[in-house]
Design a protein around this ligand. Sequence first.
Ligand SMILES: Cc1cc2nc3c(=O)[nH]c(=O)nc-3n(C[C@H](O)[C@H](O)[C@H](O)COP(=O)(O)OP(=O)(O)OC[C@H]3O[C@@H](n4cnc5c(N)ncnc54)[C@H](O)[C@@H]3O)c2cc1C
Length: 385
Amino acid sequence: MNYTGVREVEVVVIGAGQAGLAAAFHLRRVGYVPDRDFVVLDHSPRPGGAWQFRWPTLTFDKVHGMHALPGMELTGADPLRPSSEVIGAYFERYERTFGLRVHRPVSVTAVREGGGESPGPDAGKALGGGRLLVETSEGDYAGRALINATGTWDRPFWPRFPGQESFGGRQLHSSRYQGPEEFRGARVVVVGGGTSAVQQLTEIARVAAATTWVTRRPPVFREGPFGAEQGRAAVALVEERVRQGLPPQSVVSVTGLPMTEAVRRARESGVLERLPLFARLTPTGVSWEDGRTVEADAVLYATGFRPAIDHLAPLRLREPGGGIRMDGTRAQRDPRIHLVGYGPSASTIGAHRAGRAAAAGIGRLLAATEQPAEEEREWAGSLAS
Ligand SMILES: Cc1cc2nc3c(=O)[nH]c(=O)nc-3n(C[C@H](O)[C@H](O)[C@H](O)COP(=O)(O)OP(=O)(O)OC[C@H]3O[C@@H](n4cnc5c(N)ncnc54)[C@H](O)[C@@H]3O)c2cc1C
């Protein structure tokens, strides 16, 4: 069936980062053809997912455990090259090799039940029932299933503090950090207890006039390698949360901070002396309830991200707890929708596995829902004879 202005496909994949590409690879593998049976839509200008936006001083040697995409290893990368370039080039080669035909830049603005030219209560029926209408900057798609792989980069989390508007210096989120040079000679407060905070703080401390590190909880540094067993335990914790429909928590809250050589040196030099969160910003810095103050020219919020899933709001998948209740990669409220790179699969290895699971789950679902049509045809055929 064809509806004016709406392209019909079996599966729409939103996002072409690690998770979306892994899912697209596995869709191909189970027999779906790009641009005929499925489309991959991504609103970033280039291949690389969120990696293309990461700061230039995040060189490839500073990346922890970058897991390869399925079917193609990432070999021979220069460890001193920015990871944005290394991974951008790798993803570009990957898309080309497997002919994944990513549409970019294409923004998905909303996903709704059914649809068609005149959305309304019967619109779903107009599209043959059970279809999802995916509204995008290049027109609408109607899919029988959806793989959402939109990551978190587009939703940086900014904590709110009293006095934020009165602060006379610069406030920025870690996603806008471009390297330490812009902080040369400045007094900088870094907020946040994750890996980005530690990496950016240690870089800035080398050129800044002064740095202050504040975190909500005392940071937990992890000595030794992060083995498969710890990995499984961390994933299980996040999995349990999303199974209950709670929002996934930050990675560092379940893995701890890796104790690298650079971190050890920074600790010895006192850069990683941490203070609890301040109570408010003032025109010239930050202050705590006990009256203590620190003067600052800049406040850098390395406070993480939230899942970029606003476009799914019309589907009402969220639970009262604020998260989407998941069963593996599948949204419990709607078996047509898989989320990859969400919650327990928000790592390069997790995204890899989730992509495979989502493609397999959708393959099974679509094969099962095709069954009645087949039977109907046989039934119609028997009537005709
Ligand atoms: C600073 C930093 C460092 C990290 N380092 C590591 C590491 O070393 N190892 C590791 O395993 N993990 C790391 N992670 C986690 C990492 O982000 C994930 O492992 C993985 O890269 C995420 O892949 P993804 O495909 O889920 O998301 P992304 O790479 O964010 O890809 C999502 C894609 O979806 C697109 N998109 C979003 N919204 C829309 C929309 N509405 N319409 C169309 N397209 C859309 C975006 O443009 C983007 O291309 C790091 C995270 C951060 C923030």
